[in-house]
Structures are given as structure tokens and as C-alpha cells.
Design a protein around this ligand. Structure first.
Ligand SMILES: Cc1cc2nc3c(=O)[nH]c(=O)nc-3n(C[C@H](O)[C@H](O)[C@H](O)COP(=O)(O)O)c2cc1C
Length: 356
């Protein structure tokens, strides 16, 4: 397991190990999209990670995709996050905010004006939003105009500046799992006929422009980018995954970003992207066939194979705040409880035990 404990430089940060905490939505923000003292406790408990990536955080009102998720578009939100980053830094950790614009995976009930969510094309997800009042169908989104696109780029850049002001070490752009950037990438959700639709290069354009805008705002060494080649999350479908991600990687490569984060669906895609991406690669090894899926062993295998520079885990970090210490002694690991993933109080959030 020694490979996991080698230091790694990412952007201008020195990580003491290669164990990244993957972004995980926990839907426990206070009214107004505010992180809470419990949020600070949760992340500070996990400060032994080489890098923490926060839950998806909306860069704008229209970027919200779930109930009780935090934002980075108001002064109150910045102040609330400041307490979180201070707590993590006080424990010696490093933390990036994941900027997540949900796009069509949104719903009028999430926005004060009750308007429609935005998407690259007027195509619904075919999925539903969980609310305390029951499940609601995602509506057909409003097709983004050029003005909407320009505004979204500004919102991402502003949110990144806010993240820096809140004390984050950087931001990760959520280009994975069927949210807005992924909706532009995937031809199933993007039927545009302008320069943002059609060819793989055109569908990659929005994500690359977001990355460029955010890198311009806070410096490329403080910006990561997450992808999930081949995902069907949020109802997206990609008919040309290899060409699509080659186009995206080719556009991102010259920007000098801190890292590319691959949420894996298919090892072949990971291998190809590893060959094409010139920078640091963080791999979330999941789901792989066989028992090694999403385990420390799968992470070590990926590092040994040279597939990645660091590995990200989600559920292992969620339920094991002292994950590095547990890996060093070969476990045991607490099981993550899906019933407490989203919403609720400290139960299933800050009360997972550490090793004696
Ligand atoms: C409760 C929960 C919330 C998640 N929320 C996010 C999110 O906000 N952003 C994101 O990019 N991925 C999210 N994911 C995906 C994880 O980052 C990770 O890719 C996934 O759990 C698979 O990795 P694992 O097997 O190590 O858990 C979430 C996963 C879980 C379990």
C-alpha cells in the first residue's frame, strides 16, 4: 500500500498522500445554500486526505440540482464556507470546492423564481428529483441562448473567485455524471446546431470555455476538471465516447490545469485518456469487474499500473474519516449507510467512528 502514501505535487499544493476524497453531495446545507458548523466538522474529520473535493456546489441559483445543497454565489455562502476551509486547514488538510451546475437536472421548485432549468437542448432527463414532498419529474429545460452561455461562464468564474475568497485551495469543475457540462458533451442531450453542438469538438467547447474562464479567474494551477466517460447518469448518452473525450482532453491540455479527475466506467477509456492527458490524473476506480472495485487495492493497482497519479474514493471516505490510518493497518472499514447519504443530521455524517 506504500504507493498510496507517496507525496504528490498538484498545481502548487504538496499532497502528503495520493488518497483523494471524491466529491459527495450530502444535502445538509442550511437555508440559503449555507455550509454549517457540521459541514466544517465533517470535512475537518477527513483532513488526512491528500486532497478533499467538496460536494457539488452550485455556482448560481440556476445551477442547483438537489435540495439543501450549498452554493458559492452569495456573500453569506462565502462566509459560511470560510469556516469550513479554516477548519480543514487547521487540521493540516487541503480542500477544493466542486463547482457543479446541474443544468437540466434541476427543477423549478429549487429556484426562488420558479422558472425552468437550463440545458443545451430542450430535452428532459427522463428522471426525477427527490423532494421532501415526493418525487417530481424533471421538466424539459429551456435551451440556452448564447447570452445564457456567456452568463454561465461568468457565473463559473465568479464562483471560483468566491471559492478563493472563502479560502479554498482550488476548485474542481464538474464535467461528469450528466450535469450541465456533461449535457453539452453528450450527443443524447445536445442537439444544438451552433458551434456548441454537432461534432465532438463543438460539444466539448462549452466545458473547455468554462475551464478557460475559471483558470483565468483564479489561475489554472488551482483548477481541476472531472469527467465520467461513458456515463448514463442524469439520462445522458454518448455515442462517440472515445472521440468526444479526445476532443475535450485536447482542448483542456494547453490550459495547464491542476488535474483531470476521471470517474471510471471503462478501463479502456481510462487508458486512452491517460495517454492523451499530459498532466496529473486522479482516478476514481469504479466500477470495475471483480471484487477489487472501489477498494484501496483497486487504487494501488491503478497507481502501480501507471494509470493515475492519485486515486479518489467516495464511500470509503464518507464512512471512514481516518481512511489513511485504516489503510495502513489493513482495515477494517466502516460500511457506508446509504440511508443517511442525503439529508439529515450528524447521524451518518460526522459520527462514523475512527479506529481506537
Ligand atoms: C452520497 C454520494 C454523493 C455523491 N455526490 C457527488 C457529487 O456531488 N459530485 C460528483 O462528482 N460525484 C458525486 N458522487 C460520486 C462519487 O464522487 C464517486 O464517484 C462514486 O461514489 C464512486 O466512487 P466510490 O466507489 O469510491 O464511492 C457521489 C457519490 C455518493 C455516494
Amino acid at each position: 500500500m506504500d504507493e498510496l502514501f507517496e507525496p504528490l505535487r498538484v498545481g502548487k499544493l504538496d499532497l502528503p498522500n495520493r488518497l483523494v476524497m471524491a466529491p459527495m453531495t450530502r444535502s445538509r446545507a442550511a437555508a440559503g445554500g449555507l455550509a454549517t458548523p457540521l459541514t466544517a466538522e465533517y470535512y475537518a474529520q477527513r483532513a488526512a486526505a491528500g486532497l478533499i473535493v467538496t460536494e457539488g456546489t452550485q455556482p448560481s441559483v440556476r445551477g442547483q440540482g438537489y435540495v439543501d445543497t450549498p452554493g458559492l454565489h452569495s456573500e453569506e455562502q462565502v462566509a459560511a464556507w470560510r469556516a469550513v476551509t479554516d477548519a480543514v486547514h487547521a487540521e493540516g488538510g487541503r480542500i477544493f470546492a466542486q463547482l457543479m451546475h446541474a443544468g437540466r437536472v434541476g427543477h423549478p421548485v429549487l429556484y426562488p423564481d420558479g422558472g425552468l432549468p437550463l440545458g443545451p437542448s430542450p430535452i428532459a432527463t427522463g428522471e426525477r428529483l427527490f423532494t421532501p414532498d415526493g418525487m417530481l419529474d424533471h421538466p424539459v429545460p429551456r435551451e440556452m441562448t448564447r447570452e445564457d452561455i456567456a452568463q454561465a461562464l461568468e457565473e463559473f468564474a465568479d464562483a471560483a473567485r468566491n471559492a478563493a475568497e472563502a479560502g479554498f485551495d482550488g476548485v474542481e469543475l464538474h464535467g461528469a455524471n450528466g450535469y450541465l457540462i456533461n449535457q453539452f458533451l453528450a450527443d443524447g442531450s445536445n442537439r444544438r446546431t451552433d458551434e456548441y453542438g454537432g461534432t465532438a469538438e463543438n460539444r466539448a467547447r462549452f466545458g473547455i470555455e468554462v475551464a478557460r474562464a475559471v483558470a483565468g479567474a483564479i489561475g489554472p494551477e488551482r483548477v481541476g476538471f472531472r469527467v465520467s466517460p461513458g456515463t448514463t447518469a442524469g439520462g445522458v448518452s454518448e455515442s462517440d465516447t472515445p472521440e468526444l473525450y479526445s476532443a475535450l482532453v485536447a482542448g483542456l491540455a494547453p490550459l495547464g490545469l491542476a488535474y483531470l479527475h476521471v470517474m471510471e466506467h471503462d478501463r479502456e477509456q481510462t487508458r486512452r485518456i491517460r495517454g492523451e492527458w499530459p498532466g496529473t490524473l486522479i482516478l476514481n476506480p469504479h466500477p470495475l469487474p471483480g471484487p477489487a472495485s472501489g477498494t484501496p487495492e483497486a487504487g494501488v493497482d491503478a497507481l502501480r499500473e501507471g494509470l493515475a497519479d492519485a486515486v479518489a474514493f467516495g464511500r470509503l471516505w464518507l464512512s471512514n474519516p481516518d481512511l489513511p490510518a485504516r489503510i495502513r493497518v489493513g482495515g477494517p472499514y466502516n460500511e457506508a449507510d446509504p440511508a443517511t447519504f442525503y439529508g439529515g443530521d450528524r447521524h451518518g455524517y460526522t459520527d462514523y467512528p475512527v479506529l481506537a
